[in-house]
Design a protein around this ligand. Structure first.
Ligand code: ATP
Ligand code: MN
Length: 479
């Protein structure tokens, strides 16, 4: 018999139908005459209940039907007696495909902590929480490509190994095939990268932006969605050493249009989640509520689905950096010295605590901060006429802080190279990037959305390690 997936089986709920289901046992409980097996195959958060009549099956048949085992069941779909699901399956034939020794299988039917699940990342797909996250993650990846396709963008695969280290977005991981114990040396006694695999020094990319800009200057609307790498030792709940980033780039468009795109894009993704992932969102919402049970009312986060709807219903607040500094300087936590980093002068880089104050306490909705001081931003950002700020924008979200960083790009060759000189960025290495400003330059803008930061928001999870299958963080590259 052809296998029926549990999602389809529950949706169709065809009483009387003979089916085959396969999956992994979540729990088995029983009474004198009957055993109930909760079976899950990953297609949906819900389990199908298998009813096993103990007159037809003996103890031996069921001995290996334990949590974690994979089984195949032929049986009949019947209306469910209990609450929960509409239908269940009465087993007629039952086969254990792969046993899971209960003495050794680490995932038991009880609730496990997220920390414990991280240590068994290869098995955590079998937990309700990570199953839900996995399905939502897939939906969001699909929605990203759907959005840009509908908007007339082209997807560009930018390189993962890069020969330029000028992006300035963070520390990089070196890529080399030289023998670290005895690398070839040049006349000056330094490592001779001419002898390395690519004939030059190479790294894992921190961003696909510079390359995607070159595609933009021909295709008009492009985006890259790929892995990016940062060798920063920042052990926070919002940073990974390997994460996925979505970077659109639009030609003939200024910062206003860039912000409009960012807001439309995020809202599209949230709406897509509400329209397509409700079962999983409801599960995660309950999970969040339970995990916050002990907290005081004002420390609790907004209910997950309500929070997504709230963001959809409100315009993001657009504020300049200079206005934000005014607000922060006069804020209670600044005056009472509650911020770890106090804001006194214009020019300070904003920390996560400041971003969250603006979003969660002051404006109480997502905020787009614009026109940051030139000195704390990348070389390629469009310089304002004031000579001290650039047309940058960061989208700030509750609980997360920065979810998007973007800007209008400096399209003027002289201004761009002047800035590169000031920042010690070698022009020779960036010849190909500068060509975009030499040949048919145009106003253009773009941004980067950290995919896992988006996932944090959509799922309500508190730690970025729990929204990517195999997190890479300092001191951790297991699996
Ligand atoms: P932050 O200040 O939060 O460290 P950033 O300013 O270094 O971020 P950008 O270089 O602007 O980040 O990258 C664009 C986006 O990529 C950010 O808005 C964020 O969503 C995401 N991002 C950046 N660094 C990380 C990281 N280490 N792990 C996961 N996502 C990240
Ligand atoms: Mn940024």
């Amino acid at each position: 018999m052809k296998r029926t997936e549990i999602k389809a089986l529950l949706q169709e709920a065809e009483v009387g139908k003979k089916v085959n289901v396969k999956g992994w046992v979540r729990t088995k409980r029983g009474s004198k005459n009957v055993a109930f097996v909760a079976l899950n195959d990953g297609s949906v958060i819900h389990n199908i209940q298998i009813v096993v009549d103990l007159e037809k099956f003996n103890e031996n048949d069921l001995a290996q039907v334990t949590t974690g085992a994979s089984i195949s069941v032929d049986g009949e779909v019947v209306a469910s007696q209990g609450s929960g699901q509409k239908v269940e399956v009465v087993a007629e034939k039952l086969e254990v495909l792969g046993a899971a020794d209960p003495e050794k299988y680490p995932l038991q039917a009880k609730k496990h902590s997220l920390e414990f699940l991280r240590d068994i990342a290869h098995l955590r797909f079998r937990s309700n929480t990570f199953g839900a996250i996995t399905r939502i993650r897939h939906s969001m990846i699909f929605a990203v490509h759907k959005f840009f396709t509908e908007e007339g963008f082209y997807n560009i695969h930018t390189p993962i190994i890069t020969g330029s280290d000028a992006e300035g977005a963070g520390e990089m991981f070196h890529v080399s095939t030289l023998d670290p114990k005895s690398p070839p040396l040049n006349e000056e006694g330094n490592i001779d990268y001419k002898k390395d695999f690519f004939g030059k020094e190479t790294n894992l990319t921190v961003s696909g932006q510079l390359e995607v800009e070159t595609a933009c200057m021909a295709m008009s609307k492009v985006y890259t969605f790929g892995p990016t790498f940062r060798a920063e030792n920042s052990n926070t709940t919002r940073h990974l050493a390997e994460f996925w980033m979505i970077e659109p780039e639009i030609a003939f468009a200024d910062l206003e249009e860039d912000m409009d795109l960012a807001e439309k894009f995020i809202k599209y993704l949230l709406q897509y989640a509400l329209d397509n992932c409700m079962d999983d969102l409801e599960f995660l919402s309950k999970r969040l509520e339970e995990s916050e049970k002990g907290k005081k009312a004002d420390e609790k986060s907004m209910e997950l689905i309500e929070k997504l709807r709230f963001v959809l219903a409100n315009d993001f607040e657009r504020v300049t950096y200079t206005e934000a500094i005014q607000i922060l300087r006069n804020s209670k936590p600044n005056k009472k010295k509650k911020f770890q980093y106090l804001i006194d002068a214009w020019g300070a880089d904003l920390q996560s605590e400041h971003e969250r104050f603006l979003v969660e306490k002051h404006f109480k909705k997502p905020v787009i901060l614009t026109d940051y001081p030139m000195n704390i931003k990348a070389f390629y950002m469009k310089q304002n006429d004031d000579g001290k700020t650039v047309r940058a924008m960061d989208v700030l979200f509750p609980q997360i802080g920065e979810i998007i960083g973007g800007s209008q790009r400096e399209e003027n060759l002289e201004k761009l190279t002047e800035r590169m000189k000031a920042m010690d960025i070698p022009e020779e290495e960036m010849w190909w990037y500068l060509d975009t400003r030499k040949f048919g330059t145009a106003v253009h803008s773009g941004f980067g959305l950290g995919f896992e930061r988006l996932m944090l928001f959509v799922t309500g999870m508190g730690n970025i390690r729990d929204v990517i299958p195999f997190p890479r963080t300092p001191q951790n590259a297991e699996f």
